[in-house]
Design a protein around this ligand. Sequence first.
Ligand code: NAD
Length: 470
Amino acid sequence: METYSSLLAAIAPQGGETREVRDPATDELIGLAPVQDVAALEAAIDTAAAAQPSWAALGDQARIDYLNRAADAIEANAEALAELLSREQGKPLNGPNARFEVGGCVAWTRTAAATPLPVETIIDDESGRAEMHYRPIGVVGAISPWNWPMMISIWQIAPSLRMGNTVVIKPAETTSLSVLALVHVMNQVLPEGVLNVVAGEGRVVGAALTRSPRIGKIMFTGSTPVGKGIIEASAPNVTRLTLELGGNDAGIVLPDADPAAIAEDLFWGGFINTGQTCAALKRLYVHDSIYDEVVKHLVEYAKNVPMGVGLEEQNVLGPLQNRAQFDIVDRLVKSAKAAGAQVVLGGDPDYDAPGNFYPTTIVTEIDPHNDLVIEEQFGPALPIIRYTDLEDVIGLANELEVGLGSSVWSSDRAKALEVAARLQAGTTWINSHGGLHPMVPFGGAKQSGYGREFGVEGLKAVAEPHVISG
Ligand code: NAD
């Protein structure tokens, strides 16, 4: 079983360029991450391409067994992985954070292994017979972000391996160690060459991965602008793409909702992972008749949720993972203040303190077109917008170019469903926001991307459909 120190030692760079990795809560140096180059990427693609035919030839059941053993390995090393994740990403061990994320890696790997995808008989009658088979694509190139670095990498890796592909993954620059450690643990049981990781700059190694004619499918999770670049880079090779891009999820609280009853779920919808979550509640629209009550209950709940250093067991909110994201949140809250919005909680960071802590912030009486509302803040600052007219608020919720998640909050399910049907998003939750399940397809509408992950849809997304007719 690995410890935090043995994990770090196992993934330590062996020469070459490196970058310092600092704990975003304390600024303490925790280690060095490799900054690999395109030659290292090409070597990893060679390895993955060489390993792919025999991995595919093993057959479905053998790959399922390997995935289950990889899940066992993650589970056995969960504490060391969670500690490394906490120190590098900043998220606390407890709450829906580091231990939860490592547990998610186990659950998603097991589900990718357990989900059946048999040959489908499409027609079998006097007109003929046609079957749908799902073949491996080849080598999958995966590119993951820094907010849920292990779990999102697993979302890309596990279904790809299950379907007989091999994988080259490029982690985000600021959370490379987490993914290197995860891959190291999985590779204790997987056959050599099946799962490969190359840590390097996005615009160098990531860009080369997306241009490579030897990559059959790109699984990308990250920002919308980078996603658009990947569409262009991969076009000459007609590379298959799943793009999980940025979001700016709206939540609509209808007048019949119970403010006290929904406060806790509203809070975690917005502030899970300290707001650094793609499908977090990022703009909350509340009906005028209950606006003050919702704000009161939300602030009461929020002000008691402990934020601090990830390794201290009592904390459930942490710092921003990097200073660039801290600066974005800070700029957006300042823009709201300057425009006359009210900061009813937080909003006043200590710029000189160690780490990237931005306090839990709730902003009210804000214009629906303020930057804090229409830009993705990706941090712990929630704008709450007052509305009176349902048609208007549905228009506001739908007016942005992105559409990842959304939510409707009401005591009347039928009414909530009516509103939900009109929201432009990959998922609309009723009386909660952001909960994911490994069997329930997840992905974006509009410029939040295309393709779906998880469950049967997710397996099909990393396979080549092949009809056998006759
Ligand atoms: P980012 O787009 O800056 O980086 C994501 C990854 O892409 C990193 O590994 C990075 O190195 C790489 N990259 C950068 N430039 C590249 C290029 N030219 N070619 C190829 N790869 C390149 O995003 P981020 O800041 O790490 O993540 C935050 C964003 O991700 C937010 O917008 C968030 O909403 C989004 N996100 C979406 C989902 C989802 O499921 N839809 C999940 C998590 C995060």
